[in-house]
Design a protein. Structure first.
Length: 294
């Protein structure tokens, strides 16, 4: 069900810290014009931990209405509280999203039994397809393959965003999941390797500013054009690194602000980048631009 390129969109704020609806819609429109398969709203890249429940619901509704079926809308509705995740998921379902992205519950560090019961409880409460989001680095817990396979039997759980960083685990997941269950990369830099091993696409951070380039990379992988994919991936590898020189979404939002696409405004505890890291980021970006032009 979920294949191809999905952009984990940032949440732009005005200087007073409130939502910048105009910039958000412009960013989304650029993504749609670049032929992405979908937009992921209220993910980690969207600074979801600092978004209030009211804002969360409003932003998802706004995106669904603005996109109006022009591409898929995936709503990040995970939480470390199962009840809260169910609330967000049910609201997103009523708003009309195409899918739900549910991250491992963070900080609690549940057992595999706890992870299973958490995800199953959410899936039982909705009728919208779910993408599980496995990212140990952000949550402190890994969704083991055996637990994932149990969850994959649930009719509402149809995909996983793999950002474990463990390529052996990712390969095991791809080889083990049932037919029709999709595996998406949660790491721009691992896109080609994941898809070459049978994965189905990418939920991307870099696509916020380079949607066409990321579309070309994913599309070349879908066509099994591995020489082309390797060339495209190598061309972007410095940016893959630079966009995580500090905590996501600080670098990608900084690049967008540098180009006037949003304000350079974050919600604490996220902040503007350290000057030396920002200098490195812009150096990599300008160097990439220079090579691309020439």
């Amino acid at each position: 069900m979920f294949k191809g390129l999905y952009t984990a969109i940032i949440t732009p704020f005005l200087s007073d810290g409130t939502l910048d609806k105009v910039s958000l819609c412009k960013l989304i429109n650029t993504q749609i014009e670049s032929k992405v398969d979908g937009i992921v709203v209220m993910g980690t890249t969207g600074e979801s931990p600092t978004i209030s429940t009211k804002e969360h619901d409003e932003i998802i509704s706004l995106c669904v209405q603005y996109i109006d079926g022009r591409c898929k809308v995936i709503a990040g509705t995970g939480s470390n509280s199962t009840r809260e995740a169910i609330h967000h998921s049910q609201h997103a379902e009523k708003a009309g999203v195409d899918g739900l992205l549910i991250v491992n519950p963070y900080y609690n560090k549940p057992t595999q039994k706890g992870l299973y019961e958490h995800f199953k409880s959410i899936a039982d409460a909705v009728n919208t397809p779910i993408i599980l989001y496995n990212i140990e680095g952000r949550t402190g817990v890994n969704l083991e393959t055996s637990t994932l396979l149990r969850l994959a039997k649930h009719p509402m759980i149809v995909s996983v965003k793999e950002a474990s960083g463990n390529i052996n685990q990712i390969k095991e997941v791809i080889e083990s999941v049932p037919e029709g269950f999709t595996v998406l990369s949660g790491d721009d830099g691992l896109t080609m390797e994941l898809m070459k091993n049978g994965g189905h696409g990418l939920i991307s951070v870099l696509a916020n500013i380079l949607p066409k380039e990321m579309f070309n990379l994913v599309n070349s992988c879908k066509r099994n054009s591995w020489d082309e994919a390797s060339m495209l991936s190598n061309n972007l590898k410095d940016l893959f690194y630079a966009c995580f020189i500090e905590t996501n979404p600080q670098p990608i939002k900084t690049l967008l602000a540098h180009h006037g696409k949003c304000e350079e405004v974050f919600r604490l505890p996220l902040t503007t980048m350290e000057p030396n890291n920002k200098e490195k980021l812009l150096f990599v970006w300008n160097n990439w631009n220079h090579k691309s032009i020439n």
